[in-house]
Design a protein. Structure first.
Length: 407
């Protein structure tokens, strides 16, 4: 609308005069935003708890496989088969974390076929890489452990596909045969039955992943300007650092003494994800209702403390429950509980920073802490405390700013 058009049509001198007239004539309403529905939080909580259960169920595979690996000779003071299993697992965490980010980026761009093709290429490649690393780390006597590590890599690839594409319920159904591990906690099952219970969920997961990816094969190529592969690297590094911290939490004086910590951390990922959603929702709500930056900083700091405290409370309860439920597990000592809670704080704060785009800082902090624990195991609690402090400072510096919550 040019000034000439405004003068001829509306009889005003220019656009500013027209705007002043409109401002004086038009009644203004500023309705309060509708409060979020309580049902949304309940549905999100159910979905997050489902994901936490899906994360934890594969741990029963180790219960089934333990007697099959017992005849092999361990190394470095670790139980039999530990080295190739850890090597394959860490490789899978790194690869699949980066792959998930890349596929999620395609989904965010609205190109589901491109996300499916990314998973179709990346998931089998990750399974092959994980198997190759486990094979290279295995001793000639660790044949059964190498085979189990190959299945583990294949499962991680299939689970990544199903989780990224939102098929948690299908994955849960595929994992149901692992519930047969419950009797194995008290009775000795035949080796053939153990192998069958291990192969059934693996086969079902791979088959479901293939069915989910098949429709994407018949679509056109994705558009140009897709996500950069380098952008997914920090997410892989965060997976490496957090994975090493979890493994360190699970190494106690005996294998059983660390089982409760790993179970608790794994199951806690469901509530952790829900609390992340909760924090994000509260931040957006504060943006709509508060009028000064000082009020926002105070409110978001309180929300951060409540969410982190809630997560650590859940983690502590899960750790104590796992120690009670797991046969032969000793009651965790106070130093081990403190270390577990510090590692939990590192993981939750790291996930929070990752959700707000500060993944490189979170990855670097986790890697430094994991490296310090590897070099000097006795410094584990100090390294976890230092990492938690650094991430807490970074979180407060970033997330108390209203502009960090604008998206």
């Amino acid at each position: 609308m040019t000034d000439d058009h405004i003068r001829l049509t509306y009889g005003r001198a220019d656009s500013f005069a027209l705007a002043e007239d409109l401002y004086a004539r038009v009644e203004r309403h500023h309705p309060e935003p509708e409060p979020p529905s309580g049902r949304a939080w309940h549905s999100e909580l159910a979905g997050c708890l489902l994901r936490g259960l899906v994360f934890a169920l594969p741990g029963l595979a180790y219960v089934l496989a333990a007697p099959l690996l017992a005849g092999e000779q361990g190394r470095f003071g670790l139980p039999a088969g530990t080295v190739p299993l850890l090597a394959g697992a860490v490789t899978g965490w790194v690869w699949n974390q980066a792959l998930s980010h890349r596929a999620h980026t395609w989904l965010g761009l609205g190109d589901r076929p491109a996300a499916a093709r990314t998973l179709l290429v990346g998931a089998p490649t990750g399974a092959a890489v994980g198997t190759a690393v486990a094979l290279a780390a295995a001793a000639p006597t660790e044949t059964a452990a190498t085979a189990f590590a190959a299945g583990q890599s294949l499962y991680l690839a299939a689970a990544t596909v199903l989780l990224v594409l939102g098929r948690e319920r299908a994955l849960l159904c595929a994992l149901l045969p692992l519930s047969g591990a419950a009797p194995a906690l008290h009775w000795d099952l035949p080796a053939l039955l153990r192998v069958g219970l291990l192969l059934a969920p693996l086969t079902a997961s791979v088959a479901l992943a293939g069915l989910v990816l098949r429709p994407g094969l018949h679509r056109g190529a994705g558009g140009r300007g897709g996500p950069s592969r380098a952008a997914s690297l920090p997410y892989g590094l965060f997976g490496l650092g957090s994975g090493l911290l979890v493994l360190r939490a699970g190494t106690g004086d005996t294998l059983v003494s660390g089982v409760g910590a790993v179970i608790a951390l794994t199951l806690s990922m469901g509530p952790a994800e829900w609390l992340l959603h909760r924090f994000r929702g509260q931040g957006l709500s504060r943006l709509r209702t508060l009028t000064t930056a000082r009020e926002f900083r105070r409110a978001i700091t309180g929300t951060l403390v409540l969410c982190l405290g809630g997560y650590l409370t859940v983690l502590l309860a899960l750790a104590l429950a796992a120690a009670l439920a797991w046969p032969g597990a000793s009651w965790p000592t106070l130093p081990r509980l403190i270390t577990l809670l510090l590692i939990g704080a590192v993981l939750w704060l790291g996930l929070l920073l990752q959700a707000f785009g500060a993944v490189l800082s979170a990855a670097t902090t986790c890697l430094v802490a994991a490296g310090a624990q590897a070099v000097q195991p006795a410094a584990g609690p100090a390294a976890a405390a230092g990492a938690a402090t650094v991430l807490a400072v970074l979180t407060c510096a970033l997330l108390v700013r209203p502009t960090a919550h604008r998206h």
